[in-house]
Design a protein around this ligand. Structure first.
Ligand SMILES: [Zn+2]
Length: 447
């Protein structure tokens, strides 16, 4: 046996690489060296080549790249199921009011840890999280071991003072390799022209960090922009030089063909979040047109408060079915394409395709296994449709990120799950008691 614990073989699995040729090895093995994938091929060949290395036997399992969730709000899990059946604007107001009244900093941190736990247990190895006050949450994300682009968000319509200094400090802080600091302008409707200009000059021009925005999520956003400036929000952003290959635009539901063309010219990436869009009644994103225009589209769950879970496999299932029903055409958005959107296209949406998104030599060892021997996963004729339409996040068994074991047989190594769930339950009881007290007080006043 080799003395080095960070060199090992994962062997005997069906290996789905998601490389350019969608290579699949039925009885395959992957050699991990430190944080990288150092070799892969048929199990027999790889085992013979590295006889002294420790072997993990993955027989009966599928080994694939970890999933990339291109849009999430980690701290929102603490208000899962709170504001239901509301329009986006009402939902924003209600969740904002609730956060101000009932959630202290510690409780919001618990929400972040809950999201990370749920994500890791569902096979997600990279997240792109958009949150205010990222400096508060990044230590928790860092400890979980998940790879993360952390967009620190800013706005100045619903908030009096945009936290520019806080954002700049967060961007300038040092972060470990798996944490990538970024910036976000919340949305065109929550931004004044002054803040947009500041962001363009300071972040887009002045740094090379990734950045993000919710774009064209509601029709009113476009209508108001047309009334005010005589152009769509995409044109408004383009006009000030906001669009670039480092921009991840989230949703993109109400985009004109000319908007799509502008986004393509500027190599802007898209995050598609169908379940949140459906639940908020926002609309159906023109995903087929986006792909036709040559745009890179990844999948995202959005926050658990508008989804209401963080299962990215379920998101692929919904994305496929939504395009099929919308176009009344079953050939739209194939299962194979959807698996690429969960992995390599998601990586590309975050400009991380050289590091993650596929099982290839030299890439980071961000890997997951799925137990294929289950009643809802047999028989197996087409691995892609099985993954999209039959697999659930809870079928994921093991996870490695940067070659580090994060989950073994559903047991998380970086988060004390039992302790976290107890803390969440206690916070939940406290909030419910507080809400009841306030409701009773209002009732008493009205008597
Ligand atoms: Zn969002």
């Amino acid at each position: 046996m080799s003395d080095r614990e960070d060199q090992f073989l994962l062997t005997g699995a069906v290996v789905l690489t998601c490389d350019d040729k969608d290579t699949r090895i039925n009885d395959g093995a992957v050699m991990v060296d430190g944080d990288e994938i150092a070799d892969l091929g048929p199990a027999e060949e790889i085992e013979e080549k590295y006889p002294r290395l420790h072997r993990e036997n993955l027989e009966g399992k599928l080994l694939m790249p970890g999933l990339v969730n291109t849009h999430i709000h980690c701290r929102m899990s603490i208000i899962r199921g709170l504001a239901e059946d509301l329009s986006l604007r009402e939902w924003l107001q209600e969740t904002y009011r609730f956060r101000q009244s009932y959630l202290d900093e510690e409780t919001q941190k618990m929400g972040v840890e809950l999201s990370l736990t749920e994500s890791l247990k569902a096979g997600v190895t990279t997240i792109a999280d958009m949150s205010f006050h990222q400096f508060l949450y990044s230590p928790i994300t860092q400890k979980s071991g998940i790879r993360a682009v952390l967009y620190d968000a800013i706005m100045d319509v619903y908030e009096d003072t945009p936290r520019k200094d806080e954002m700049m400090e967060f961007l300038e802080d040092s972060h470990p390799d798996h944490i990538i600091p970024g910036a976000a302008l919340h949305a065109p409707y929550s931004t004044t022209p002054e803040l947009l200009e500041w962001f363009q000059e300071t972040i887009v021009e002045g740094t090379d960090v990734p950045y993000s925005i919710h774009l064209a999520e509601i029709r009113r956003e476009i209508e108001e922009c047309q009334e005010e400036y005589g152009m769509t929000t995409t044109e408004w952003l383009e006009d000030v030089g906001f669009l670039s290959p480092r921009l991840l635009a989230v949703h993109g539901i109400w985009l004109e063909d000319s908007d799509l063309e502008l986004l393509r010219e500027n190599e802007v990436k898209i995050s598609h979040n169908p379940q949140s869009n459906m639940k908020l009644g926002a609309g159906v994103a023109p995903v087929m047109k986006m792909i036709k225009h040559g745009l890179t589209v990844g999948l995202g769950t959005d926050g658990a408060a508008s989804n209401n879970d963080l299962d990215l496999f379920a998101e692929a299932d919904t994305a496929g079915k939504l395009q099929k029903v919308h176009h009344k055409d079953p050939e739209r958005l194939t299962a194979r394409k959807l698996i690429r959107m969960l992995t390599i296209e998601g990586a590309r949406a975050l400009n991380l395709e050289d590091q993650i998104g596929s099982i290839e030599v030299g890439k980071q060892a961000d890997l997951i296994t799925i137990d294929l021997r289950q009643p809802h996963l047999l028989p197996l004729y087409n691995i892609y449709s099985q993954l999209v339409y039959s697999v659930r996040g809870s079928d994921v068994r093991d996870t490695w990120i940067e070659g580090r074991e994060i989950m073994r047989e559903r047991d998380l190594r970086t988060i004390d799950e039992d302790c976290l769930l107890d803390r969440i339950s206690r916070a939940n009881h406290r909030i419910n008691a507080q809400r009841k007290k306030e409701k009773d007080a209002i009732k008493a006043e009205n008597i």
